[in-house]
Write a protein that binds this ligand. Structure first.
Ligand code: ADP
Length: 312
């Protein structure tokens, strides 16, 4: 019998972790990662991201609460829960004397994947490592090793893939390649959980984002919803002649002259329509040669939220 797929790929309820030395790393994290989503887990250093991932991966023991992966409780259905996720670790921890092919076969054996169901060749191909299948892993470049780690996390065909800062220190071309592939996996229905400190990357890739700070989830929303929370926009007017002061009609709009030709207006779209500002500019007799608007981005909201959550 095939189980119905769960609505949430991962669910945690009041998950807590206190390390032996007394550090409280997770204070009661309740999180739902919808099946099929590309989910970002963001937070400053020491926020608890790795602890959370390690608990889900079975590498750290929780102090309290519950967690389910693909509907399987990590305590009561440990084997099923583990079989449902693949984790791409932050550190490159590959035995340098095995070839990529051997490494994936070993990993498949470790997960009890029968030989006839192994897809070692196909996975190496998909990760662009087919021509390195028999090479010593120590001869691979850093980017290739990263891709090998992704390959290793996929050998048992998990429906959920967790990537822990997979592009830290990876150059921009390889990052792009890796993301193309991870996007492709997501398109095929694999749920992706990504931790990264490249906020631009998270904004571009993730459809939902949770922000964790000091062991607490301080925001969780669609990427769009999260960015939309900052009700700020910046309008820059490029003028066709020099000004030496902000015209009177624009002073109520918090305008300032960046230089004699650029007038910058920061406004709240919920309170002020852009048309009103443009009318005020017209009213002052300004001729607008060009204009740009800029929205707040994830970086802005991240800084605002993590600052607001205060001291430990
Ligand atoms: P992040 O991945 O967001 O940087 P971590 O989960 O690594 O955060 O760390 C959360 C907190 O737990 C930090 O204060 C960290 O110092 C502490 N911590 C992490 N691992 C251990 C450990 N093995 N023993 C004791 N404290 C730890």
């Amino acid at each position: 019998m095939i189980d119905d797929p769960p609505a949430n790929a991962i669910e945690t309820d009041n998950l807590r972790k206190t390390y032996a030395g007394g550090v409280v790393a997770l204070k009661g994290v309740s999180l739902a990662v919808p099946r099929g989503s590309f989910f970002g887990l963001l937070g400053p250093n020491g926020a608890g991201k790795s602890t959370l991932i390690n608990i889900l991966a079975g590498l750290a023991v929780k102090s309290g609460g519950t967690a389910r992966i693909w509907g399987h409780d990590i305590d009561r259905q440990e084997r099923r829960a583990r079989a449902a996720i693949g984790v791409v670790p932050q550190e490159i921890n590959i035995d340098p004397f095995f070839s990529p092919f051997e490494l994936l076969e070993l990993q498949a054996g470790f997960y009890g994947v029968p030989r006839r169901r192994r897809r070692t060749g196909a996975i190496l191909e998909a990760m662009g490592l087919a021509d390195k299948a028999g090479a010593y892993t120590r001869t691979l470049s850093g980017g290739m090793k990263r891709r090998l780690l992704v390959a290793k996390a996929l050998v048992h065909d998990p429906p959920v893939l967790i990537l822990d800062e997979p592009t830290a220190g990876v150059d921009i071309d390889l990052r792009q390649q890796l993301w193309d592939y991870v996007r492709h996996l997501n398109d095929q229905g694999i749920t992706i959980v990504l931790t990264t400190h490249y906020l631009e990357e998270a904004e571009a890739l993730c459809d939902r984002i949770a922000i964790i700070d000091h062991g607490d989830i301080i925001a969780e929303d669609t990427t769009h919803g999260l960015v939309g929370r900052l009700d700020n926009k910046t309008l820059t007017l490029v003028l066709d002649r020099d000004l030496d002061a902000v015209p009177g009609t624009l002073t109520p709009y918090n305008a300032e002259l960046r230089d004699p030709r650029h007038l910058v207006v920061r406004y709240r779209p919920s309170e002020t329509a852009i048309g009103t500002i443009l009318e005020a500019a017209n009213g002052a007799g300004l001729t607008i040669a060009d204009l740009t608007t800029e929205e707040a981005d994830l970086e802005d909201i991240f800084l605002q939220l993590t600052r607001a959550s205060g001291a430990p």
